[in-house]
Write a protein that binds this ligand. Structure first.
Ligand SMILES: CC(C)(COP(=O)(O)OP(=O)(O)OC[C@H]1O[C@@H](n2cnc3c(N)ncnc32)[C@H](O)[C@@H]1OP(=O)(O)O)[C@@H](O)C(=O)NCCC(=O)NCCS
Length: 198
């Protein structure tokens, strides 16, 4: 299915988890969702979306200060009631390279195009920033493949850039570099790269 056509769905919502909006009280289609830059006031909602996925080893959680520091990297999806039902971030790593990270849709909204809307917005941001490559580390291979990402084996930077990136204190960058100390985080994940045409 072409993700561009995924905004008008009658797909039933997924199982609800604690802290998630009640789908019965929410609009039922992703065209009623607003995707917008995150604000500091969204941080608690973003953290609540990420937490259960971090517990399962699917996403990396941050301390609260980490979310506030990174809030300008995030897009959020907001339903008509003002509930945050999805989030995702674009983290710039180098002159031509960024990572899509912390992409999540609430259980109640899975499979109805929220993830597509957010990742499309993040790719658009990458284009505006003049980036040529977007990395992601994920279990959601089919989802990212539908958005133009391809599986890769290696770390797609030159040795001199690799050495510079080693100076980063960011755990996500360490995962990108495939460092031994973060291997437990990345087990079973697939490394994927989107190349943006000039
Ligand atoms: C990855 C993730 C954000 C996708 O969110 P989502 O809102 O379910 O994504 P979408 O609804 O846009 O697409 C999911 C699937 O639903 C299908 N779909 C989307 N809208 C649809 C619609 N209206 N009708 C029918 N099917 C639809 C899509 O075909 C897609 O299939 P695919 O995964 O094979 O590509 C979500 O699964 C998630 O939170 N995963 C856990 C965190 C994670 O792994 N993040 C990625 C690493 S950063």
């Amino acid at each position: 299915m072409n993700p561009a056509n995924l905004t008008n769905s009658s797909v039933a919502p997924g199982a609800r988890t604690q802290g998630q909006p009640d789908p019965a009280a929410s609009p039922q289609t992703a065209d009623q969702i607003t995707v917008r830059p995150a604000r500091p006031a969204d941080v608690r909602s973003i953290a609540a979306l990420v937490e259960p996925l971090a517990v399962r080893g699917i996403l990396l959680a941050k301390d609260p200060v980490g979310y506030y520091e990174a809030v300008q990297e995030f897009l959020v999806a907001e339903d008509a009631a003002g509930e945050i039902v999805g989030c995702g971030a674009l983290h710039v790593m180098w002159e031509d390279l960024a990572e899509v990270r912390t992409l999540a849709a609430s259980d109640a909204w899975r499979g109805r195009g929220v993830g597509h809307r957010i990742v499309s917005g993040l790719i658009e941001r990458a284009k505006v920033l003049g980036l040529r490559r977007v990395f992601c580390l994920t279990f959601e291979v089919d989802f990212f493949t539908r958005h133009g990402f391809e599986e890769i084996d290696s770390t797609p930077v030159d040795p001199d850039v690799y050495v510079e990136l080693l100076r980063s204190a960011d755990v996500g960058v360490a995962e990108f570099l495939d460092l031994a100390r973060v291997k437990p985080n990345t087990l079973g994940n697939t490394r994927m790269l989107l190349t943006i045409e000039a």
